[in-house]
Design a protein around this ligand. Structure first.
Ligand SMILES: Cc1cc2nc3c(=O)[nH]c(=O)nc-3n(C[C@H](O)[C@H](O)[C@H](O)COP(=O)(O)O)c2cc1C
Ligand SMILES: Cc1ncc(COP(=O)(O)O)c(CN)c1O
Length: 192
């Protein structure tokens, strides 16, 4: 069995891709604001390796404000079809421009335009306002590649701990906790 948690995560994600009906890369992202108020919402995992777990979003959103105030986060994957969860905690940083540009360029044109049209997490007066903004940016970027908005990028959660939870009989689940110590991982078990 694998003892590198990133490799183990990759294996579990591959299994989730085979068994989940949709969005196996969906993950709950928990943040806190300057007052310590927690908030949680789903995002899609768009990359992971030894340096961390990456998602993309609007940098003027509530989650981005939280991460500016307190650059720490927790992630929770729950794969119902497998009866498994993975909990990640760590510090958060913005990905470099080249990484964000490459990911943005891979998105569909309409999703690129939507990133320009949406003032994510701000009050929206009515749906017509959003449609009008989408039309405006569609005209603005006609006949050219849609550039990445300056307020849209990726965040990397660099893990300090990763827990793998697997369903067991009679609530006697398996919990493997990996804790980062310098550039090494130590592994232990937790009572279920
Ligand atoms: C399955 C799922 C995946 C989502 N993925 C993303 C994502 O990758 N990036 C994003 O900005 N919002 C995503 N959203 C929308 C967020 O959950 C949220 O509504 C939005 O980002 C605003 O959150 P905030 O106000 O806390 O910043 C997703 C929603 C769902 C249900
Ligand atoms: C607002 C928003 N931004 C970004 C994403 C990430 O996914 P994609 O880049 O594939 O659109 C999502 C996914 N639901 C989303 O809702």
């Amino acid at each position: 069995m694998s003892t590198d948690p990133i490799t183990l995560f990759s294996e579990w994600l591959v299994e989730a891709e085979a068994s989940e009906p949709n969005d196996p890369n969906a993950v709950a992202l928990a943040t806190a604001n300057a007052e310590g108020q927690p908030a949680v919402r789903m995002v899609l995992l768009k990359g992971h390796d030894a340096t961390g777990f990456i998602f993309y979003t609007n940098q003027q959103s509530r989650k981005a404000d939280d991460l500016t105030a307190d650059p720490k986060a927790a992630l929770l994957f729950h794969w119902k079809s497998l009866r498994r969860q993975v909990r990640v905690e760590g510090s958060v940083s913005v990905v470099d421009d080249a990484t964000a540009d490459a990911y943005f360029a891979s998105r569909s044109r309409v999703s690129q335009l939507a990133a320009w049209a949406s003032d994510q997490s701000r009050p929206l007066p009515d749906h017509g306002t959003l449609s009008a903004r989408l039309q405006e940016v569609t005209r603005r970027f006609e006949d050219m590649d849609v550039p990445r908005p300056p307020h849209w990028s990726g965040y990397r959660v660099s893990p300090t701990s990763i827990e793998f939870w697997r369903d067991g009989a009679h609530r006697l689940h398996e919990r493997r906790l990996f804790t980062r110590e310098g550039d090494r991982w130590s592994e232990g078990l937790l009572y279920p």
